[in-house]
Design a protein around this ligand. Structure first.
Ligand code: EPU
Length: 429
């Protein structure tokens, strides 16, 4: 086990290249199961969730090659192997194996997914969708059993706008008989990316990126080559860094339209943000940062995944700011750690109230989930002294080559192995 060490205060400057989107990657990789011949995905991020999914595809008989951000999956010899335990429990996105395996084999056994603890994360809408398509779904000892004689198209209204349910139903429906209509679908860019891959594989999907998606089932899907979209959350994390400790940061390989809600908020705070075709330039404005309020919403609203990193930025703003998370009301585990670093924040229900500006101080802190980790890394860059963050395994799930990217921008950052005493201490808290 390792910890991340950062000596705060270095100004960050230069260009950072954004990797492929984690939340696309974790759906695109399972989607390859649906094809009958090899699928190649270019631009995948070098993160642990991608490696876990590679292992899962191999467990069910897939032949997978992964190097230089490119993965080729030959799904032709895959079988409907039950996956009740093991790697499936380590990532949230293992739920996409349900839709993909159901679509291809009409049956699947998948352990209930793991992932970040952000409060309750039910999958009732996924299950409602699978049932509407004709599957019998049962939960037996912590694993979901899905069986169908035949999948048929259906009209499915999502009671909650869900990224995961929208993609999962698409995966199961592309090889069902007849037309499926998903109403109140999520509109995140990752959904369009998955629909683009499936379309290149021969699926018939219309309306991805709007709240009504129509899918006409096809008999079979074939291999293809697909380039993943850039990670808007990784890009947003670097934009937030550029807004404070930056001395001019160019964020390269980004789709600026995916980050409009963040760009607008940064400008409201007084940060200079210039968008190009596939680049965004960020530098602190001439005046102190202004306090702002944010409320997380489904896309194109302010993303919940940037709420935690943005909270760290608000500790630098003059006045009182409010952060309300309407998607995950308990996504505030980073707040206690920021307080240990001297932040003045209180949480009331689904809202954090941040009073600034504050000079953060180096401390020993622990990342409890992926984006809490990102929030703490930004805090470390802002802090006086050396900070160490444990819980690095969460950060490694979503940020590709973070140390290299930060070092390239001028930060003093390194990884160190935890001592035996530190490992024991972490087990006890
Ligand atoms: N929900 C339900 N029932 C369902 C599904 C979702 O009530 O069947 C609720 C959730 O509890 C939540 C809301 O609906 O309150 C939205 O959840 P959604 O299904 O959209 O989230 P998800 O698909 O599980 C993805 C990302 C998350 C990101 C959310 C919201 C992946 C693998 N994960 O999760 O990413 O926060 O969408 O945009 O795509 C992260 O990257 O750090 C991360 C947690």
């Amino acid at each position: 086990m390792e910890k991340l060490m950062i000596a705060g205060g270095d100004p960050l400057k230069g260009t950072v290249r954004i990797s492929g989107a984690k939340n696309s990657a974790v759906a695109l990789i399972p989607a390859t199961i649906l094809a009958d011949s090899p699928v190649t995905i270019e631009g995948l991020p070098d993160i642990s969730d991608v490696l876990l999914l590679k292992g899962l595809l191999e467990e069910i008989g897939g032949k997978v090659n992964f190097s230089d951000e490119e993965m080729t999956v030959d799904p032709s010899l895959m079988i409907s192997m039950p996956l009740p335990n093991g790697k499936v429990k380590k990532l949230r996105a293992s739920y996409y194996l349900m839709g993909a395996m159901l679509g291809r084999f009409k049956k699947a056994v998948i352990g209930l997914p793991g992932g970040c603890h952000l409060g309750p994360r039910p999958i009732d809408q996924h299950i409602k969708g699978f049932e509407a398509l004709g599957a019998n779904v049962t939960n037996e000892q912590g694993a979901i059993y899905l069986r169908a004689d035949e999948l048929h198209g259906a009209r499915i209204y999502l009671d909650v706008v869900s990224v995961g349910a929208t993609i999962n139903i698409m995966l199961a429906a592309v090889r069902a008989k007849g037309r499926t209509v998903i109403e109140n679908a999520a509109k995140e860019p990752e959904i369009i990316d998955v629909a683009t891959l499936l379309t290149n594989m021969g699926a018939k999907i219309k309306g991805a990126g709007t709240d009504v998606i129509r899918i006409d089932g096809v008999e079979s899907l074939h291999g293809c080559r697909h380039t993943i979209i850039p990670d808007r959350i990784e890009a947003g994390t670097f934009m937030i860094m550029g807004a404070t400790v930056g001395q001019g940061m160019l964020i390269d390989n980004v789709i600026p339209q995916h980050l409009e809600s963040l760009t607008a908020k940064l400008r409201e705070m007084g940060v200079n943000v210039e968008s190009g075709d596939d680049q965004i330039y960020v530098e602190p404005g001439p005046n102190p940062l202004k306090a702002v309020d944010i409320k997380t919403l489904v896309y194109p609203g302010f993303p919940t995944d940037l709420q935690q990193p943005f909270t760290t930025l608000l500790t630098k703003a003059a006045g009182s700011s409010m952060v309300t998370d309407t998607i995950y009301g308990a996504r505030f585990k980073h707040i206690d750690e920021l307080r240990r670093m001297n932040a003045n924040i209180k949480v009331e229900g689904r809202t954090a109230i941040i009073n600034g500006p504050i000079q953060l101080q180096g401390a020993k802190v622990k990342a409890s989930d992926l984006r809490a980790g990102a929030a703490l890394v930004i805090a470390e860059l802002l802090a006086d002294g050396v900070t160490e963050v444990t819980g690095l395994e969460h950060i490694d799930r979503g940020y590709s080559n973070l140390v290299e990217k930060l070092t390239g921008l001028g930060a003093t950052v390194w990884r160190e192995s935890l001592t035996k005493e530190e490992v024991e201490h972490l087990k006890n808290i």
